[in-house]
Design a protein around this ligand. Structure first.
Ligand SMILES: Cc1cc2nc3c(=O)[nH]c(=O)nc-3n(C[C@H](O)[C@H](O)[C@H](O)COP(=O)(O)OP(=O)(O)OC[C@H]3O[C@@H](n4cnc5c(N)ncnc54)[C@H](O)[C@@H]3O)c2cc1C
Length: 475
């Protein structure tokens, strides 16, 4: 044992199982105290007092508190700036070391550097562990030693590395008996999520999925028997064809190593395709870490100067689901109501905003960032730039989705649209994708007059497509 007492600082890793920092802390310390800080520098920027992510975090913490309590320990939760709160706790607890899982977002890297400096001043070591990804930026490089700029060769190199014998996915042992009893002496009452939400100025929000480590495991267990069908079902928003695990991955209520192990064990064609998506997540993480400039500007620098001519009115129509394109409107209304959107729909609405409405992708990215329950800076930025053709994409800018063909292909009978836009429910499966093309008599029969009960299309796709191509060609 190196240390008498250490701290394990939870951030985007709200679980006890297969947890790199907790396992490392327990392996090298006699006592470990588990802490979480509600970071005021982040919370103060949130618009809504019922932000879904805060509810997800609070309820996941409550589960951790129960688990720690059952082991004779407790979770210490504080509210404040971690740059101040973490060193203060380290002093109060006389901790000799702090263990945390690495966070690769530039703001988090800066925060950790400051915390580490302050801890050093009081003689507390800072240990950063790899947990959120299988391979960190810099570990999967091209033959020339540079970061990959295209996904498929990155995935191939990632797989080769995994199969080469180093074992980054072995399960991490949780040394439970070493968790500190000292935490019980905390003057604070045990963490109670509803009460504590109020204390930090938030309200409970309704969530479409169960938070916490146990729920994440149940979701994974429920998905694995269906993973073989993933490749054929994943693109249909009306079907339950994907895992719904992105929120759990975002908050670390499940371990990425667990997912990769289960996928390799399954070995079906669907599992291979699903693993490819997990590698996409890692590709996005790698891009952000290697090219942090993407946060503010285009990855492809030749498009950095594009002046997107789209209007505020069109942005508002997109945001509120009033574009007259049923698949776009259903996707956005569902998103506004739940904080969730199916991947196929994310691609359709992002392409529509940038290539049909010619609105700057950063405005859509920002809207998603505000309300996505699974918001992740790397994945959101990487995918918005992909959709806008300013990012990493093997296809050039002339890949422009036709929203109506996408709708016919992926919501063929209109089930998804009908569920979300009841005013369109009277149209047939053939009519529902383009209701404005129906006759006045058909509209009366469907109980929906276009222009009165549902908007006419705010733009013409064919015309806008040409404008989008011209915009890119002019660069
Ligand atoms: C414009 C746009 C914005 C997006 N913003 C985010 C975001 O903020 N956070 C986020 O987690 N995902 C984002 N995605 C990726 C993707 O839409 C979601 O990860 C996926 O819909 C989550 O559903 P699932 O968990 O059922 O995924 P599954 O299909 O079950 O995939 C498994 C996991 O793989 C990862 N994954 C899947 N597709 C992608 C992808 N294209 N890029 C990166 N990782 C992927 C996710 O972690 C996902 O949970 C975005 C996609 C687009 C087109």
């Amino acid at each position: 044992m190196h240390y008498q007492r250490s701290i394990c600082w939870l951030r985007r890793d709200l679980r006890l199982g297969d947890h790199a920092a907790l396992a490392a802390a327990c392996a090298s310390s006699r006592e470990v105290v588990v802490i979480f800080i509600f970071d005021t520098t982040i919370l103060e920027r949130l618009d809504n007092r019922d932000d879904r992510r805060v509810t997800f975090i609070a309820r996941s913490l409550a589960e951790l508190e129960r688990k720690l309590h059952a082991r004779g320990s407790a979770l210490i939760v504080r509210h404040g700036d971690p740059r101040v709160e973490v060193p203060r706790l380290a002093s109060e607890l006389a901790a000799e070391a702090l263990f945390a899982n690495s966070d690769y977002e530039p703001a988090a890297i800066e925060r950790d550097a400051e915390v580490s400096e302050r801890l050093e001043e009081i003689g507390c070591d800072f240990h950063s562990c790899r947990d959120q990804v299988i391979y960190q930026a810099g570990e999967i490089l091209t033959g020339g030693g540079t970061p990959y700029r295209v996904y498929t060769p990155f995935r191939n190199a990632w797989m080769r590395r995994l199969e080469s014998g180093d074992d980054p996915i072995h399960p991490l042992i949780d040394h439970a008996p070493d968790l500190s009893r000292l935490a019980r002496a905390e003057p604070l009452a045990p963490f109670h999520w509803a009460w504590d939400l109020k204390r930090i100025g938030f309200r409970e929000s309704r969530l479409w999925l169960e938070p916490g480590e146990d729920a994440a495991r149940r979701r994974l267990d429920g998905f694995m028997p269906r993973v073989a069908e993933y490749a054929s079902l994943r693109d249909y928003p009306a079907l339950d064809g994907t895992s719904g695990l992105s929120v759990h991955l975002r908050f670390g209520t499940i371990s990425i190593r667990d997912l990769v192990r289960r996928t390799l064990a399954d070995g079906s064609g669907g599992a291979v395709v699903w693993l490819g998506e997990l590698i996409w997540r890692e590709f996005c993480q790698m891009l952000l870490a290697s090219f942090p400039r993407v946060i503010t500007g285009a990855f492809r620098e030749e498009y950095a100067g594009i002046v997107w001519p789209g209007s505020d009115e069109h942005l508002a129509a997109w945001r509120d689901g009033r574009t007259g394109y049923p698949i776009v409107d259903a996707a956005m209304r569902h998103f506004n109501a739940t904080g969730w959107m199916h991947n196929r729909l994310r691609m359709i609405v992002a392409s529509f905003l940038t290539k049909d409405l010619l609105v700057d992708y950063r405005r859509g990215e920002e809207y998603f960032a505000r309300y996505l329950l699974d918001f992740d800076l790397a994945s959101n930025n990487g995918n918005w730039q992909w959709a806008a053709s300013t990012g990493c994409d093997a296809q050039p800018y002339f890949r422009i989705f036709n929203p109506t063909s996408q709708s016919r292909k992926f919501d063929a009978d209109g089930t998804f649209i009908r569920n979300i836009c009841p005013e369109l429910a009277g149209f047939s499966g053939r009519q529902i994708h383009e209701p404005a093309l129906t006759t006045p008599r058909e509209q009366l029969a469907a109980g929906c007059v276009i222009g009165r009960d549902y908007p006419a299309p705010i733009v013409d796709h064919g015309t806008q497509r040409v404008l989008a191509l011209d915009l890119f060609r002019s660069m």
